[in-house]
Write a protein that binds this ligand. Structure first.
Ligand SMILES: [Zn+2]
Length: 462
């Protein structure tokens, strides 16, 4: 298997230049100007990238695919999610393993792996959720780290379902520090949310527009502060997922200036959708219920500028697909029963390109950094992933910045029945996407091999 990508403008987190890239088998082996195809082995696949960008494959460090949650299951499987990811230029996924508090951690890890292995067309790895941490199960987390999962996930939210007691949170973060494992965290104060939800429902405020008021910015900022206090005491490296608002970003940055090893992720819905979407009539707002909730529009500039300043490390999705009909409507009578999530796995990169880069909010290198390279660095995948270097995996995106279209559910591979960005203008598209040297997407269509994706073993690096 050999592949030559000719004449593209190679854009990485640090570089911007024009050259040819030659991939042999699964790896980038040459990057030079003017590689002569005549000198290459017969059968070499040649892609003309003139006038196009060539990016390292994008990484989504926060997705849910197999997900039992709020009495139902997320709608995608690895086949649909892989196709959607690849069509949008994403070649590596990091999925959250989210067992229930009664489940055995190792059994959950094996279950999640078994869902991915036969169907993944992207490479993948996991963050291991710690939703229980009593003495009897602690050894299992060491085994999971030894098996190549070098990051944990903890929930400060979802009282009674997923959140840890402070005693167990402290102990889990202590183990993470000992093992050199980074802890990703959903930061919202679970008890405050619980009390606010009860009060709203008791007052007859049951529609999706009340989801936001049940978890205001102060609740998120408090969660960030709490996590960072433990990180400060223990030295654990922490990564705050889906940071949605100015107040939470400020708490994280304040902790960073105290010396806490904290990184910030934000997710694409929070950059582009504001709280008015969750207030749409006829229960339409349910499509836009996620946690933390969509915020006041003023927060969006903070997020874009945070990425531009590289204070926010990553733009992920928190892809959690639930159908409007039959799933979101489980919460018709109470917003607390609406399954949370705004699916965006296919749209993320094109949205960042359209509304970040071409709108003048971000440079191309900041886009690559936030959508690929930082995730690789933080989660032990660099420079195998997130880079265009000799020796890196040949995960490449030949990107056509001149493409014009619209976002639409009918173009989506995800199994949901709506698109949160329906009808929005779109500028740019992945023309060719490769995973370890094999073409998986052409002109936005999946043409690859289901099951080709590999589990990426990661070493602790923190
Ligand atoms: Zn999530």
């Amino acid at each position: 298997m050999a592949l030559l990508i000719r004449g593209g403008r190679i854009v990485t987190a640090t570089d911007d230049y024009t050259a040819d890239i030659y991939c042999r088998d699964e790896t980038i082996t040459r990057i030079e100007r003017g590689i002569d195809p005549k000198g290459l082995p017969p059968g070499t696949d040649v892609v003309d990238a003139a006038g196009k960008y060539v990016f390292p494959g994008f990484i989504d460090p926060h997705v849910h695919i197999y997900l039992p949650f709020m009495g139902t299951f997320a709608a995608d499987d690895y086949e649909s999610a892989s196709k959607a990811a690849l069509a949008g230029g994403t070649t590596t996924l990091i999925e959250m393993i989210c067992p229930g508090p009664a489940d055995e951690p190792v059994a959950a890890f094996e279950l999640w792996r078994s869902k991915a292995e036969p169907l993944a067309a992207v490479d993948y790895t996991f963050h291991m959720s710690v939703v229980r941490f009593e003495d009897a199960v602690r050894g299992q987390f060491r085994d999971i780290v030894r098996a190549g999962v070098a990051s944990f996930k903890v929930f400060l939210a979802y009282k009674g379902a997923l959140n840890l007691s402070d005693e167990h949170l402290f102990a889990a973060m202590k183990l993470a520090k000992e093992l050199g494992v980074i802890v990703t965290a959903h930061c919202e104060n679970a008890d405050a949310i619980d009390a606010l939800q009860r009060a709203l429902l008791a007052a007859g405020k049951t529609g999706p527009e009340w989801h936001g008021p049940s978890r205001p910015p102060a609740v998120e900022a408090d969660g960030v502060h709490h996590l960072c206090t433990f990180a400060e005491l223990l030295g654990t490296h922490v990564y705050i997922v889906h940071t949605s608002c100015d107040a939470a970003v400020r708490e994280a940055l304040a902790a960073r200036y105290r010396g806490v090893n904290v990184w910030i992720e934000s997710v694409i819905p929070h950059f582009l959708l504001d709280e008015s979407y969750a207030a749409r009539r006829e229960f339409e707002g349910a499509k836009y219920v996620m946690s933390p909730p969509l915020r006041a529009k003023t927060n969006q500039g903070v997020l874009w500028n945070g990425v531009k300043a590289r204070a926010i490390s990553t733009i992920a999705t928190d892809h959690a697909p639930f159908r409007f009909h039959g799933q979101k409507d489980m919460g018709k009578d109470a917003f607390t029963k609406i399954p949370n999530g705004i699916p965006s796995i296919q749209e993320r990169v094109d949205l960042v390109h359209t509304y970040g880069v071409t709108a003048g909010r971000l440079g191309l290198q900041a886009m690559v950094d936030a959508c690929s390279t930082q995730a690789a660095r933080l989660f032990g995948l660099y420079p195998r992933k997130g880079a265009i270097q000799v020796g890196s995996d040949a995960d490449l995106v030949v990107y056509d910045p001149a493409f014009r279209g619209t976002f639409a559910q009918e173009c989506s591979y995800s199994k949901v029945d709506y698109n949160a960005y329906e009808g929005w203008e779109r500028q740019g598209r992945a023309s060719v996407v490769t995973v370890r040297g094999e073409v998986q997407v052409k002109d936005g269509e999946f043409v690859g091999t289901i099951g080709r994706g590999e589990f990426l073993q990661r070493e602790p690096t923190h």
